[in-house]
Design a protein around this ligand. Structure first.
Ligand code: BJW
Length: 238
């Protein structure tokens, strides 16, 4: 295990758990998002082809919830890390909310897309979108009524995988926050980082599915664990 003083490159992976205390529901909890919807009805390209109205309504509601949410101390602590850490840092988030950015972080990569972005399947343009899509508005770039949520659904390729794997291969420390480890390729990042010699730390309310791969697991709410961990890192503790 590497001492903090030897750590320069950090990759942080965040999941729905980091935004839970901002009031955004996770996916797989008893009261989670998948309780109201079957995943194959809303989060696959086949579902969108079969019932676009249902899928657009699901994401229209999610967009409203994102806009109403506020960053919590865990997002704020990662934004502080981003400001004050002079080494490499990449915050890879599976979340489609913009709470990392609203807390002030800039080294953020949304591997599963962004809830406040619309993608035109006719001209390929992406634009910030805060309204609804269920009434099929025209694309501001080309006029086609072909906008869909800019979200990575099951069976689709997550965004910027080359950048993520490059960062994982250089990482000295990999930290996973609030993700169940149920969805690939994100669930495999810990093994990838470790295969290149990184130390791995998990911060979660409960152990994730891949918990055995981590060198250390700390259990508790992100709003408590993340600020403490960031303080340790910036204070140079081991
Ligand atoms: C707290 C907390 C608090 C709560 N504090 N913690 C068979 C085997 C292996 C793989 C496959 C397979 N069949 C198909 C696949 C591939 C498939 C997959 O993984 N399926 C699995 C279900 C098995 N993956 C894909 O299709 C992906 N694409 C792909 O693989 O392309 C090919 C490829 C190959 C090689 C390289 C690269 C690519 C695409 C996956 C797209 C996922 N999309 C979703 C929807 C996105 C939009 C939306 O938001 O609607 O992404 S699914 C959903 O799950 C969402 C999330 O980002 C993702 C992960 O969920 P997350 O964040 O972990 O949330 P939860 O709810 O599961 O967990 C919350 C955690 O928080 C829990 O652990 C709590 O304890 C914790 N917690 N409160 C701290 N206060």
């Amino acid at each position: 295990m590497r001492h903090m003083a030897q750590i320069r490159n950090i990759v942080v992976l965040t999941g729905a758990g980091i935004s839970a205390e901002s009031g955004l529901r996770t996916f797989r909890a008893a009261d989670g998002l998948w309780e109201d919807h079957r995943v194959e009805d809303v989060a696959t390209p086949e579902a969108f082809r079969r019932d676009p109205d249902l899928v657009q309504r699901f994401y229209d509601e999610r967009r409203e919830n994102i806009l109403a949410a506020r960053p919590n101390p865990a997002h704020e602590a990662l934004a502080r890390l981003d400001r004050e850490w002079s080494g490499d840092l990449l915050i890879v988030t599976q979340n489609i909310d913009d709470l990392h950015e609203r807390a002030g972080a800039s080294r953020v990569l949304h591997m599963h897309g962004e809830g406040l972005s619309a993608w035109c399947t006719a001209c390929d343009a992406r634009q910030r979108w805060t309204g609804i899509l269920r009434d099929e508005p025209p694309c501001p770039a080309c006029g086609a009524r072909a906008l869909r949520p800019d979200i990575v659904w099951f069976g689709e390729m997550p965004y910027r995988m080359d950048d993520i794997f490059a960062a994982l291969s250089r990482a000295d420390l990999f930290v996973s926050i609030g993700t169940s480890g149920a969805v690939y390729p994100a669930a495999g990042f810990v093994q990838e980082a470790k295969s290149h010699g990184a130390r791995a730390l998990e911060l979660n309310l409960e152990r994730s599915q891949g918990s055995q791969w981590f060198d250390e697991t700390r259990l508790g709410p992100a709003s408590d664990l993340v600020p403490r961990w960031v303080e340790e890192v910036l204070g140079g503790a081991s």
